[in-house]
Design a protein around this ligand. Sequence first.
Ligand SMILES: [Zn+2]
Ligand SMILES: [Zn+2]
Length: 177
Amino acid sequence: MVIVWTGKLRMIIKMSSDVDHILRLQKKRAVWMNIAEVVSTLSSCIRGNKGAVLIRDNMIISTGYNGTSRGVLNCDEGGCDRCNDDTIESGKDLDKCICNHAEENSVVQAAYLGVSTKHAEMFCTHKPCLPCVKLLINAGVYRVFYKKEYNVVYPPQLSACIDIVKIVDGVPYEVEI
Ligand SMILES: [Zn+2]
Ligand SMILES: [Zn+2]
């Protein structure tokens, strides 16, 4: 069964006894995505602000935003040479970038605090990059919801290991139950 919830319009394709449960879950998912967006405002990276929230058993276990490592000067204070080099185009020379990604940081924050990420879901403001997807798979994250596009194509071997679902504005979530 598929339910599409637009926020204003609830379109239930097939009735079920647990529709209320699903709609409550959809509402939570909308909130978790909003939290990822709020968390992204903490980012100091001058190449874009990104946020991520990790959910396990319907609870937020950690959050992350992109930026330089703890103890390193913030990106917007000149901490990352690559981000601060205007001649480097978006998405290029990422091996020189010392900003951690929001997705990495949310997994790392859970590890720092000793919380398992096994069988977690992630809500991201942006489509995760390839290295982050590899990391998320091994961290036990089984599904990622994201909102904004990033120019990346995943090899089928990785796509087979994790669900990466785009949230379309106005029609935020489609879920199969
Ligand atoms: Zn940066
Ligand atoms: Zn990444």
